[in-house]
Ligand binder design. Structure first.
Ligand code: AMP
Length: 397
């Protein structure tokens, strides 16, 4: 159970409540192309409005690198939130984020009103967690709510620094939900517990592999990281992604799996292409058969079947990272097969954020999963067993 205070533990009637959300949504020509993160933030906002707080929302968007960049303004988010909530979300346009406009907008608020501040990363202090901006943010509010799981693995002004200056700091419903799903899966899983790891590199998931080997019954490896494991098992991998520096590590992890009785699965066949493109010549080859001049871009059909069988009776599955270059339709079959297999099981399915969440949604299995995390980096750090600074900073129960 979460040992942090939540929005259910406070009384916000008449109070100014600063809510750190994760509105870091993809934008194309000023239009939001995926609004999952906005929708995920609504329950907390609605609860605080109902309780009569004055709601001041804030978030970062993209990487403006500490200065105003009009294309990374949160104005389109305010407009879309207004539609989603059926209530005006006033945009407090202010290049200083907490400048004269934002202060005046806050001063004019009535109970139940909502405003949205400008992109917190317009301020250079934000990502360095420098006190001046934390104090500015704190000066606007009586209570702080952190509902931004996507940035919980970073210690920035708007999620960590600000809590130094606001006595009451709690987490919102989204944060609570993310921590409970991921936390239960990792620390108290219903078994069999299967983890599926893919994506490009072993190096970015070292601690995740190590930590999960202490917890899972089966660990499935796919994607670009599989080739380092294949090479470590003595197979040739041609031009496939390979991290030579991590071969010993891969061997160590295979030995650890054996010692712990974990069923570690690596691909038995591979879809290889001549070049890194969708239209390249491709074929499927068996174990150890990747020739020079070819690179692995997806898991093969036999592997898909083995992986689907391995999750069939699972009661908990955590998945992070695609099985192949799913952005290319010719090499999306492995990722698709795993998503389909997960959508059919009678167990809890948890998808780490980032690419795996995008893949599951693009492939149309989004509503079949128990939980899709809104945080890529944050969910990975969670799976590593780390305490997230954005969570740690909230008041204990
Ligand atoms: P990550 O950010 O580490 O989870 O990696 C996700 C990326 O890994 C996606 O963009 C995939 O296209 C890429 N990926 C998956 N499989 C392969 C592969 N076999 N070769 C190269 N890249 C891959």
């Amino acid at each position: 159970m979460l040992n942090k205070k939540t929005v259910d533990d406070i009384n916000v009637k008449g109070k100014k409540v600063l809510v750190r959300c994760d509105f870091n949504v993809p934008l194309q020509d000023g239009k939001i192309t995926d609004e999952n993160r906005l929708v995920a933030a609504l329950p907390t906002i609605k609860k605080l409005v109902k309780d009569g707080g004055k709601i001041i929302l804030c978030s970062h968007l993209g990487k403006p690198k500490g200065e105003p960049k009009p294309e990374l303004s949160l104005a389109p988010v305010a407009a879309r939130l207004t539609e989603l909530l059926g209530q005006e979300v006033k945009f407090a346009k202010d290049d200083e984020v907490v400048g004269p406009n934002a202060k005046a907008a806050v001063a004019a608020m009535k109970d139940g009103d909502i405003i949205l501040l400008e992109n917190t990363r317009y301020r250079a202090e934000e990502t360095k967690n420098i006190d001046t901006f934390s104090q500015d943010l704190a000066s606007l509010c009586d209570v702080f709510v952190n509902d931004a799981f996507g940035t919980a693995h970073r210690a920035h002004c708007s999620n960590v620094g600000v809590t130094k200056y606001v006595k009451t700091a709690v987490v919102g419903y989204l944060m609570q939900k993310e921590i409970e799903f991921l936390g239960n899966a990792v620390n108290n899983p219903k078994r069999p517990f299967v983890a599926i790891l893919g994506g490009s590199k072993v190096s970015s998931k070292i601690s995740v592999i190590n930590n999960l080997l202490d917890k899972v019954d089966t660990l499935i490896i796919g994607g670009g990281m599989a080739y380092t494991f294949m090479k470590a098992s003595g197979e040739e991998v041609g031009n496939s992604l390979l991290e030579e520096d991590y071969l010993d590590y891969a061997k160590e992890m295979m030995a650890k799996a054996k010692e712990k009785g974990v069923n570690l699965l690596i691909p038995v066949d591979t879809v290889v292409g001549k070049e890194f493109s969708n239209d390249t010549e491709f074929k499927t080859v068996g174990r150890g058969q990747i020739e020079p001049g070819w690179e692995g871009l997806d898991i093969g059909e036999k592997t898909c079947k083995i992986y689907a069988d391995a999750v069939k009776d699972a009661k908990t599955v955590v998945w992070n990272g695609p099985m192949g270059v799913f952005e290319f339709p010719n090499f999306a079959k492995g990722t698709n097969a795993v998503a389909k297999a997960l959508s059919e099981i009678d167990g809890t399915t948890i998808i780490g954020g980032g690419d795996s969440a995008a893949a599951v949604n693009i492939l149309g299995y989004g509503d079949k999963m128990t939980h899709i995390s809104t945080g890529g980096g944050a969910s990975l750090e969670f799976l590593e067993g780390k305490e997230l600074p954005g969570v740690a900073a909230a008041n204990d129960k």
